[in-house]
Design a protein around this ligand. Sequence first.
Ligand SMILES: Nc1nc2c(ncn2[C@@H]2O[C@H](COP(=O)(O)OP(=O)(O)OP(=O)(O)O)[C@@H](O)[C@H]2O)c(=O)[nH]1
Ligand SMILES: [Mg+2]
Length: 135
Amino acid sequence: MNFFQVGKYFTLVDMPGYGFKAPKDFVDMVEAYLKERPNLTRTFLLIDSVVGIQKADSIAIEMCEEFALPYVMVLTKIDKASKGYLAKQVLQIQEFVDTHTQGCFPQLFPVSSVTYSGIHLLRCFITYITGNLHQ
Ligand SMILES: Nc1nc2c(ncn2[C@@H]2O[C@H](COP(=O)(O)OP(=O)(O)OP(=O)(O)O)[C@@H](O)[C@H]2O)c(=O)[nH]1
Ligand SMILES: [Mg+2]
């Protein structure tokens, strides 16, 4: 796990390699961390908007639901798809969130790290949930 300290405001924890290729002991470690760390504000699940919710994503969603973690879905790589295809994917994932989840934040965050589309809104959201909006 990689810990990014953002000034004195919050720490962002990145979990590289969490996915279908992840070794079992890594999954166990991630699960223990998410379950037992009391000061976690939010868990962000990054989902590839082009391929949609995959098996590894479903496992992560089930885990967040089981542990009753507040979590947020970020849809990545939105620059790779056409607007029409993206709209279809977003609506499909939104429908899933609305009907199959309890702990997931009802708003999706579609983003691109290439064009920075959606990044400002996501940053504002993180600023808000970490209690730093006044900054
Ligand atoms: N076009 C495009 N490519 C992206 C975007 N975000 C990530 N990628 C590419 O997708 C690949 C994987 O990105 P990573 O950020 O390493 O993905 P990850 O899920 O953190 O991967 P691990 O940490 O290895 O689990 C890289 O080749 C990135 O350049 C995006 O918004 N748009
Ligand atoms: Mg990574």
